[in-house]
Design a protein around this ligand. Structure first.
Ligand code: GLU
Length: 433
């Protein structure tokens, strides 16, 4: 076999991590073919319903005005209002947001919650913006979106680069544009808010918590318990950090963690709380004395039972998939595995718990927050955890059943459960006119 040259290899990499929407489309298409999805439903779901792009000025602290571009892609709302996060990251672009919006449609449908799918964001470097600049950016973006969002229409949430504070700014800006009598109920325009401003208990940890439930179900199905597992996690933001904390509280050994600042490993288990304190203090993972600094690429070869990519998309490439020494990949991030990497995992008999199942905890607890806002209720975290676990267990069982019935991989099975619900809704409602 001839050797691949460096330029050929980088062309392959580019091709592999090229269009994220193409990745989503291929995953969708595979499942649609296996389940023989109705052709009309297939063509409807192949593209988003609405693509909103807004350009707007924001005043910087030095008095200059810079133009920013914001997106809100509304993929589908047959099952309920568009729902999904707002991402602040330099890589945000139309193709990426379209893929993320489509995944939200399938994630909500799989979870069985009455939401559709949407996603948005701004291409920016939030870490270079002051808090005041981020506030003006968020308020101006929300204002530009106008009636494209609403508690019964399209409901944003946090995602990469945004948090509860951004959601509160969004809510406040939106509420200032509605009639005073609609302001209480209008709080449900976004989820993932602070507790003081109408957020839900357990929403901050929800995605990480759900990832750990998925690991627990996977272990149970193999006669194992989480407390016997070793885990490696890529990402130490909201999802990765909570997954690490909760997994170690459940007794698992977190043996390696990587983020954009570096990677650390300790085969006897990392003290996650101490690492978090170190990272908050120093701004990175490196130099933590209770673990070894390791090479970012060596991280992927960590020997472990479960590898959890919990950062951003396209991190698990085919080259990295070949180096993995794990039994299962649990997708905490959206779209972390490329199509080629998935092929490698299949060849190597490494299982995948797909993103739309594994990271559904975030949107499920967003649903709980939305209900609490509408009913003026406050649920305790114990109740939230119990309901989240039950809903995820139900999805897990349906995915397992679909995989057996259609003799297919877990991602295809998860899509089939979601697509079946979407297809049923179209069949019952009919396609207008
Ligand atoms: N951004 C999260 C996700 O990708 C949460 C979305 C939500 O809560 O609406 O699933």
């Amino acid at each position: 076999m001839s050797k691949t040259t460096i330029s050929e290899a980088s062309a392959l990499d580019n091709e592999e991590t090229g269009s994220l929407y193409e990745t989503a489309r291929q995953q969708f298409s595979r499942a649609a073919t296996v389940m023989e999805l109705d052709d009309s439903v297939r063509s409807i779901l192949e593209q988003p319903k609405n693509e909103v792009i807004v350009n707007f000025p924001v005043r910087m602290d030095d008095g200059r005005h810079l133009m920013f571009r914001g997106y809100r892609i509304q993929h589908n709302n047959i099952l309920g209002p568009y729902k999904g996060g707002m991402r602040y990251h330099p890589d945000v672009n139309l193709d990426e947001v379209k893929a993320l919006a489509a995944w939200m449609t399938f994630k909500s449908a799989l979870a069985g919650i009455p939401f559709g799918g949407g996603k948005g964001g701004i291409s920016c470097r939030p870490w270079e913006l002051s808090s005041e600049e981020q506030m003006r950016l968020t308020r101006r973006f929300t204002h530009s979106l106008g009636t494209n969002i609403g508690p019964d229409y399209d409901i944003p949430a946090p995602d990469v680069g945004t948090n509860a504070q951004h959601m509160v700014w969004m809510m406040d800006t939106y509420l200032n544009s509605v009639n005073a009598h609609d302001r209480n109920r209008g709080r449900a325009v976004v989820t993932g808010k602070t507790l003081t401003c109408g957020g839900s208990e357990g929403r901050d940890k929800a995605t990480g918590q759900g990832v750990c439930f998925a690991v627990e179900f996977w272990a149970q199905a193999r006669g194992l318990t989480v407390s016997n597992l070793t885990i490696a996690i890529q990402g130490f933001g909201n999802v990765g950090c909570f997954a690490a904390r909760i997994a170690s509280a459940m007794g698992a050994k977190v043996v390696a963690i990587q983020d954009h600042t570096g990677a650390v490993a300790n085969p006897s288990g990392i003290d996650v709380e101490a690492l978090k304190a170190h990272s908050d203090k120093t701004g990175g993972l490196g130099g933590f004395d209770a673990a070894d600094d390791i090479d970012a690429e060596a991280f992927w070869a960590t020997e472990c039972d479960a590898m959890i990519p919990a950062a951003i998309e396209n991190q698990l490439t085919s080259a990295r998939a070949r180096r993995l020494q794990t039994k299962v990949v649990v997708e905490g991030a959206n779209g972390p595995t490329t199509i080629r990497a998935e092929q490698v995992l299949k060849e190597r008999d490494i299982e995948i718990i797909p993103d739309i199942l594994a990271n559904g905890g975030g949107v499920i607890v967003s649903f709980f927050e939305w209900i609490q806002n509408r009913n003026c209720e406050r649920w305790e975290v114990k109740l939230i955890d119990r309901r989240l676990r039950r809903m995820m267990m139900r999805s897990w069982a349906l995915v397992t059943e679909a995989a057996e019935q259609h003799d297919c991989d877990s991602r295809t099975a998860a899509y089939i459960v979601a697509l079946q619900r979407l297809q049923d809704a179209y069949a019952e409602r009919g396609i207008f006119p």
